[in-house]
Design a protein around this ligand. Sequence first.
Ligand SMILES: [Zn+2]
Length: 226
Amino acid sequence: MASTPFINIHSHSRSTESDTIRVYNCIIGKDEDPVGLFSAGIHPWYINEDLPEMQLSELFVLASDDKCIAIGECGLDKLKGSAPDLQESVFRSQIEMAAALEKPLIIHCVKRFAEVLHCLEAENFGGRFMLHGINTNPENIKPFLQMQNAFFSFGTAVLQPGSNAETIFKSLDPEKCFLETDDRSTDIKNVYFRAAEIKGMSVNELSDQVLRNYKKVFVHGIDRTK
Ligand SMILES: [Zn+2]
């Protein structure tokens, strides 16, 4: 029997990994057109400040593609990128688009968790969303833990013993978890091996669980494992 593929839910690399379903993240206004499964969004660092509407139209075309499984990464960043008001309006437009296209959101958030929550609530967003690259003070994500439509993705930060990522991942319901390499060149399998160790699960149990989560959150009746 073939073993369960490793889902790498968020990667900026175009190269392939064996035994892996990798979701390539395409940043509108920065990256070339995607190949294979992808997510697409306007990252708060790469907003075209003169023509955000043009970027949104460009995103809409890509996001309507069947191979686009999520809108994002998009979100809010306190440390880098455009002015807060513009970040917020471009994020809110993408929340709206995700709702219209019935696709989940992949959210980038740096030190703006309360504001991200505010935007989701203001847009009355009822779809599923995933906060990616979790490595923050556990207090910051507390409000999201109660939400049935919230999911969390962890990258190479779990490889560092004692990191916030490790602490949060350890206590999080496995049904809420995803793993990613983001912009790192690490093999996703290293993240799975360490993550399984932290959870006290076998690598197989963990990859089975993440595959179930993937089907629940990102696959809507279409076989996106191909
Ligand atoms: Zn990323």
